[in-house]
Ligand binder design. Structure first.
Ligand SMILES: Nc1nc2c(c(=O)[nH]1)N[C@H]1C(S)=C(S)[C@@H](COP(=O)(O)OP(=O)(O)OC[C@H]3O[C@@H](n4cnc5c(=O)[nH]c(N)nc54)[C@H](O)[C@@H]3O)O[C@H]1N2
Ligand SMILES: Nc1nc2c(c(=O)[nH]1)N[C@H]1C(S)=C(S)[C@@H](COP(=O)(O)OP(=O)(O)OC[C@H]3O[C@@H](n4cnc5c(=O)[nH]c(N)nc54)[C@H](O)[C@@H]3O)O[C@H]1N2
Ligand code: SF4
Ligand SMILES: [Mo]
Length: 685
C-alpha cells in the first residue's frame, strides 16, 4: 500500500515547502521503499497544496542516473571527471588523513570548509561547521547571496523585523522591486493575486521583463543599479505634492529633515529620469499611484542588493515606504526576508565556542583568488559541501585554476558529479531531502517544520551529519556532541529564549507539526517593532556614521568597476533561471531544454547591430569571455544584457559559465556579492 510521508523541500528557496511524498514499499525489505510522487501539502498555509515545476517531478532527481551513489577516488587529471569507486572506510580514512597532515604541517588555517545552502536543513547545513571550528580551519564568511540587501535593510528598519507575506492579501498596490516572484518565490503569488482580485495593481520595477513583469499590470524597466535614485525621486514628488504621512515621519522615523533638505531636492523627476533611463511621466505616474494607495506593499528582492550600489538601493526603498507611513497599514510596508525572525539556537549546532584563537576569514566570493594566491599558509585541504563554486562563484577562471592545483587536496560531498566535484580527489555521495530527516525554517514565511526521512538513502549516500560523525571519530574527537542524532540537534536548535519562540512546543515540532513563530498578526502598532538603535526607521544612521560610511540615505552613483577601464559599454545582469535553482537541476536535460537548450543572452534591438536571434555571440570583459545564443528582444532595456541562470559550465558553449565574467567586487554595504553588476563588450561570432 502506498503511504504518504510529510517532508520539506531542502533547496535554497524562500518558500521551504511542506512536501507530501508518496512512498511505495515493494516487497518486504524496507530498503525497497520508493518515492513515486512529490506533492505540495494542502494543509500548509503557504505551500497551499502546490510545488514549483522544479520539485513537482522530484522523483526524476532522486532516481536520476547521474546521482553519485558511492564514494569515488580520482583516477584522471583534475577537472577531467575520471573516478573509481572506493569504500566509505577508505574515503573517510583518506579524508581524515589529509586533514591531519595539513593541520600538522601548515596549521589549521590551511584547511578550508567551503559551503552554502545546498541543503537548508538546519542540522545538516550547519553541523559540519562545528568540526571545522574545532580544527581551527580558515573561517568562511558566507557572503555570496544576501549580505548587501540585508545590510541596507538592517540599518534602516532593523533585522528581525518584517511584514508577513500572508498579509500581502490586504495591500491595495503591490510593487515588486528587483524580485522575480513568479520564479524565485512562487508561493507569494497567491497572496498577491488575492489582493489583485480585490482591486490592487501590481507593478514590477526591474531591468528586464521577467516572468513576474509579464503577469503584472505594469513594468518599469529601470537601468540596473539606479534604484535609489528612483526611490528618492518618488519621495521628492510625494513631498512636493504634500502626500507624505507627516504624523508617521514625526513619530516613527529619524533624520527626515536632513533627507528633505540635503537629498530630495536633487531628485526631481527630470534628474531621476536621466539616471534611471525612465521617462519623467513614468516616474510621476508611479508616484501618483503610491500617493493614492492606502496600503502600498513593496516586495523587495534579494537580487536588487547584488549591485555595487545595492545596499544603498534597499535603504532608499525602505525610506520610500517610510515617508508614506505604509508600515502601519495592514498589507503595507516592505516584504523582504523572514529568515532572521527565526531566533533559533544555531550556536548549539555550529559550536563557535570550539574556535581556538582567531582563524583568518575568507569571503566566499574570493574563493578563486584565495585558492590561487593565498600564502602563509596556502589552502592545502578543501572540503566542499552544499555548494558548487566552479559554477556559482565569481571569477570562474580563477576558481578553476585554484581547484586544479596539484598540491591542493579536495573532498566534495555531492549528489551529482558537478563541475566542482570533477576537480575533487575524493567525492562522497550525498542524499536528496527525501532521504534524511531535518528541521527547517524559511525565508519566505514564518513556519518551522521537522521533516522525517521518507525513503532510505540511495546507494551508499550519507547525510552531512553522518559524514561529520565519521570524520570526527576517525580524527579521535570523542565529545558527546559528535554522537547527537538529528532529533537531538533539532531539539537543541529549538531551545532558544527569544520571544518569537515563546509557546513553540519542541515536541509538537518534532512530531512534524507545521508551527508558526510567535509573531502576532499585523496590527496598527506593527511599526513599533523597528529594530534599529533608535527603535525608529532611520533615514540617518549613526551606526553607519561611526563606521565612516554615508549616514544619510542618498544615491551617489552606480559605483566604479575595474571592467570600465576596458571597452565594456554594456551592462550584464545574471538573474536565476525558472527551471534551475542556482546550479541545481542543471543536470536535468528537461530543465535545460525549458531554458532554451543552451545559455541564452537577451539583447535589446538598439544594441544588437547585425546580431539576430539564434546567432552565437560572445560577451567579454577583463575577466574572460563567454559564448551564448542571442535572443534579440524588447523585454530588456537598451544597454542591459540579461543571461538567466547559472548553467553548469560543462553544459555551456566551450565549457565556460556566466561567472567567467562576474567579479568579486563587494557591495557598498555589508560586503555582499555583485552578480548583477557587470560591464561587458558584445560581438557576433
Ligand atoms: N527558480 C529559482 N528560484 C530561486 C533561485 C533560482 O536560482 N531559481 N534562487 C534562490 C536564491 S539562492 C535566491 S537568493 C533567491 C533570489 O531571488 P530574488 O530575490 O528574486 O533575486 P534575483 O532573482 O537574483 O533578482 C531578482 C530580480 O532583480 C532584478 N535586478 C537585478 N539587478 C537589479 C537592479 O539593479 N535593480 C532592480 N530593480 N532589479 C534588479 C533581476 O533582473 C531579477 O528579475 O531566489 C531563490 N529562488
Ligand atoms: N551569475 C550568478 N551567480 C550566482 C547567482 C546569480 O544570481 N548569478 N546567485 C548567487 C546566489 S544568490 C547563491 S545563494 C549561490 C548559490 O550557489 P550554490 O551554493 O553553488 O547553490 P547550488 O548551485 O544550488 O549548489 C548546491 C549544491 O549542493 C548540493 N547539495 C544539495 N543537498 C545537499 C546535501 O544535503 N549535502 C551536500 N553535501 N550537498 C548537497 C547540490 O547537489 C548542489 O550541487 O549562487 C550565486 N551565484
Ligand atoms: S524549490 Fe521552492 S517553491 Fe520549489 S518546492 Fe522547493 S521550496 Fe517550494
Ligand atoms: Mo541566494
Amino acid at each position: 500500500m502506498p503511504r504518504l510521508v510529510k517532508t520539506v523541500c531542502s533547496h535554497d528557496c524562500p518558500d521551504a515547502c511542506s512536501v507530501l511524498v508518496t512512498v511505495e514499499d515493494d516487497g518486504n525489505s524496507p530498503g525497497d521503499a520508493r518515492a513515486v510522487q512529490f506533492r505540495g501539502d494542502p494543509d500548509h498555509p503557504v505551500t497551499r497544496g502546490f510545488l514549483c515545476g522544479k520539485v513537482n517531478t522530484y522523483e526524476q532527481q532522486v532516481y536520476s542516473s547521474d546521482r553519485v551513489l558511492h564514494p569515488l577516488r580520482r583516477c584522471g587529471a583534475k577537472g577531467e571527471g575520471a573516478f573509481e569507486r572506493i569504500g566509505w572506510e577508505e574515503a573517510i580514512a583518506a579524508t581524515a588523513g589529509r586533514i591531519s597532515l595539513a593541520e600538522e604541517e601548515t596549521g589549521g588555517e590551511s584547511i578550508l570548509q567551503y559551503t552554502y545552502a545546498g541543503t537548508m536543513g538546519l542540522v545538516n547545513r550547519n553541523c559540519p561547521s562545528a568540526l571545522f571550528n574545532r580544527l581551527g580551519a580558515t573561517r568562511l564568511r558566507q557572503n555570496i547571496c544576501y549580505y548587501g540587501a540585508d545590510e541596507g535593510y538592517r540599518v534602516t528598519v532593523g533585522s528581525g523585523y518584517c511584514v508577513d507575506p500572508e498579509d500581502a492579501v490586504h495591500s491595495d498596490l503591490v510593487l515588486v522591486w528587483g524580485a522575480n516572484v513568479v520564479t524565485t518565490q512562487v508561493h507569494l503569488m497567491p497572496f498577491i493575486d488575492e489582493a489583485r482580485k480585490k482591486g490592487a495593481r501590481m507593478i514590477v520595477i526591474d531591468p528586464y521583463r521577467n516572468r513576474t513583469a509579464r503577469v503584472a499590470d505594469e513594468w518599469i524597466g529601470i537601468r540596473p543599479g539606479t534604484d535609489a535614485a528612483l526611490a528618492l525621486s518618488l519621495a521628492h514628488i510625494l513631498e512636493r505634492d504634500e502626500l507624505l504621512d507627516r504624523d508617521f515621519i514625526e513619530r516613527r522615523t529619524i533624520g527626515f529633515k536632513r533627507l528633505s533638505r540635503e537629498v530630495l531636492p536633487r531628485f526631481a523627476p527630470a534628474q531621476a529620469a536621466k539616471i534611471t533611463g525612465l521617462a519623467e511621466e513614468e516616474i510621476e505616474g508611479l508616484a501618483r499611484q503610491i500617493g493614492a494607495a492606502s496600503a502600498p506593499l513593496i516586495k523587495v528582492g534579494i537580487g536588487i542588493g547584488r549591485s555595487t550600489a545595492g545596499g544603498g538601493a534597499v535603504r532608499a526603498i525602505c525610506a520610500l515606504a517610510g515617508v508614506t507611513g505604509s508600515y502601519e497599514a495592514l498589507g503595507g510596508g516592505i516584504q523582504y526576508d523572514t529568515g532572521c525572525e527565526f531566533e533559533l539556537n544555531l550556536d548549539a549546532v555550529t559550536r563557535p565556542d570550539w574556535l581556538r584563537g582567531k582563524p583568518r576569514v575568507l569571503n566566499m566570493t574570493d574563493i578563486g583568488p584565495a585558492l590561487c594566491e593565498w600564502q602563509e599558509p596556502p589552502i592545502r585541504f578543501l572540503y566542499v559541501h552544499g555548494t558548487n563554486p566552479a559554477a556559482t562563484a565569481p571569477l570562474q577562471t580563477k576558481v578553476r585554476e585554484g581547484l586544479s592545483r596539484e598540491d591542493l587536496f579536495t573532498v566534495v560531498h555531492e549528489r551529482f558529479l558537478t563541475d566542482t566535484a570533477r576537480y575533487a580527489d575524493i567525492v562522497l555521495p550525498a542524499p536528496t531531502f527525501a532521504e534524511y530527516a531535518d528541521l527547517y525554517k524559511a525565508y519566505g514565511h514564518l513556519y518551522l517544520q521537522y521533516a522525517e526521512q521518507a525513503i532510505p538513502p540511495r546507494g551508499e549516500s550519507r547525510s552531512n551529519l553522518e559524514v561529520v560523525q565519521a570524520l570526527a571519530k576517525k580524527l579521535g574527537y570523542d565529545d558527546p556532541w559528535f554522537s547527537r542524532d538529528t532529533r537531538e540537534h533539532a531539539r537543541a536548535l529549538l531551545d532558544g529564549s527569544h520571544p518569537n519562540l515563546e509557546g513553540v512546543d519542541a515536541d509538537r515540532v518534532l512530531a512534524g507539526e507545521t508551527t508558526r513563530l510567535n509573531i502576532p498578526r499585523k496590527t496598527a502598532g506593527f511599526a513599533e517593532r523597528f529594530n534599529t538603535p533608535s527603535g525608529k526607521l532611520e533615514f540617518y544612521s549613526t551606526e553607519l556614521e561611526e563606521q565612516g560610511l554615508p549616514a544619510l540615505i542618498d544615491f551617489t552613483g552606480e559605483g566604479e568597476s575595474e571592467e570600465e577601464a576596458g571597452d565594456c559599454p554594456l551592462r550584464l545582469i545574471t538573474p536565476p533561471a525558472h527551471s534551475f535553482l542556482n546550479s541545481s537541476f542543471g543536470n536535468l536535460e528537461k530543465a535545460r531544454r525549458r531554458e532554451g537548450g543552451r545559455p541564452v543572452l537577451m539583447i535589446h534591438p538598439d544594441d544588437s547591430g547585425e546580431i539576430e536571434s539564434g546567432d552565437e555571440v560572445e560577451i567579454s570583459n577583463c575577466h574572460g569571455s563567454v559564448r551564448l545564443q542571442a535572443q534579440v528582444t524588447t523585454d530588456t532595456n537598451k544597454g542591459t544584457l540579461v543571461a538567466e541562470g547559472t548553467w553548469w559550465p560543462s553544459h555551456g558553449i566551450e565549457r565556460r559559465g556566466i561567472n567567467t565574467l562576474t567579479s568579486n567586487r563587494l557591495t557598498d554595504l555589508g560586503g555582499g556579492s555583485t552578480f548583477h553588476d557587470n560591464r561587458v563588450a558584445l560581438k557576433k561570432i
